[in-house]
Design a protein around this ligand. Sequence first.
Ligand code: ADP
Ligand code: MG
Length: 596
Amino acid sequence: MDVIRLLPDSVANQIAAGEVIQRPASCLKELVENSLDAGAHTIRVLVRDAGKTLIQVTDDGSGMSVSDARMAFERHATSKIREAQDLFHLRTMGFRGEALPSICAVAQVTMTTRRESDEVGTLLEINGSQVQRQEPCQCAAGTSIQVKNLFFNVPARRRFLKSDSTELRNLITTFQHIVLVYPDRAFTFVADDEIIYDLPVGTLKQRIESVFGKSKSKLYTSQLLEIEQQTELATIRGFVGKPEAATKQAQQFFFVNGRYMRHPYFHKAVMQAYAGMLPTELLPPYFIYFDISPELIDVNVHPTKTEIKFADEQSIFPILTATIRAALGKFNIVPSIDFLGGDIEIPVSNDTMRANAKAPQIHATAGYNPFTPQHERVTPHWQELYEPLKQQVQPTSAPQQAELPHEMSEAPMHPQALAGGYISCVQDDGLILVHARRAHITILYYQLITQLQNRQGVSQQLLFPEQLTVSADEQPVLEALLPDLQHIGFELEKVAANTYEITALPSVLGNSNAEMALRAILARAGEDQRAVREDMQQHIALTLAQSAAIPMGKTLSEAEMQDLLRRLFALPSHRITPDGKTVIVWLSAEDIARRF
Ligand code: ADP
Ligand code: MG
């Protein structure tokens, strides 16, 4: 008997929905992108209970005919591409024809839609892929889609959703990613009857101001510098923060062809432009938009993916760094004039100021190539690994990252403790100095971040539970952090309105004070509640690593030092701590000779 059969559409849709629609925010993204693709000028978003009970998107776009309204919910039904070739010229947001069928497979959907030219519109009601109702209706031109009780028929998924505060934050972040690309469209966002955003049409700068500007007295955007660079590969434009705008948790956004993207590699390029201008713990805000021929990027990776592959990232990297450097340099000479909203700073530049001003400095080291793959550099000698560190001592060369190949971690080492908490390793050709506490922080950080991401924190029960009392404004921050805190090994029980009992803590913390560690995490998280998930995880890992690491100045035995160094050199990045502090200093024989 044959056993293979085609899945019914409703089942296929539910499976696909798992990929496209993971949470309320992904549903919101698909709906708003459809409205934009339909040419809407005004898009209104309304959510209830962080989108768990209702997500409604109303637009004044093209609307749909009766049969299109019905077709829109069929799998792989799309008006946006016709053949595979079209994939390489995509300029619309959607193209897979997966979103609407996926949404209606896992929710109760009502849609009204009408084309401007039609007398009557269409109302369609679908519950878990089953069409319940389709009839003519009176409605405004455009489309309005209501998605109710997301995952009502997939309890496992519903349970997987985070607390309302987390899901609402995801919704807002997703919304920000879109509105920062379309300042020429008006948007509103209402959550449980509260108007979160009411964004009029304007310039990009005005849009950034209306999204992130908080007080009337000081314009957020007066802290930003405009960048613009056209090359054959790509056009880069947008805004970057002046050095004094840097904060611990800055707004940092990349977009490519109108889509938000994450791009850790380009982030490095930006940070390189600020090298030497910022204290290590501060980050500059940036809003950077790439325009690139669609053939040169691959967005067809995954519908929810925000990491986008560029064909020629390595050539764009130095262009990006230089563009930002130039903007920062120019700003040093010419004070900025801001014409937005009447708050005009009068330029007070005069000749003496110009004479004293620093010229833009773009360091270029002949022959320096940051993109040479590390494995191509054969490094038979220990000291060569520290070439970059040597260069670092000479401030004119570009920073470079050296990675220690794994076999080097087996190299014989004879570490010696230096007073003050340093470890020295004498080699034939030089001397390596390691900051023991920072080395330990770095090791623990990577260990914790892996545990967090895999949800494999190791906990240790407390014999005597400790109490943690939080203030009213810390409470929502703590609630938002709770899932990650649990993943890392904390067990917290709410025993009163603002009081939690800590019954277990991550075992790395050993005997250190659980309450103190939690307070440190809360204090940092409270600074920016908009921070995205990964940032939260990074800062939980960093704070715990700092709480658990050996104190500065502790004397270690030779075995402990050897263990520490072996673990440090096995890390993907061991030169600096996750918050950018120096872990290792290398003095070559030449450096030493020069001192005599
Ligand atoms: P895709 O956007 O990938 O084409 P979707 O499932 O999101 O797939 O939408 C299917 C089709 O439904 C779209 O191609 C479009 O023709 C139509 N559609 C969806 N939303 C709207 C809207 N708000 N206004 C007009 N047409 C829409
Ligand atoms: Mg779509």
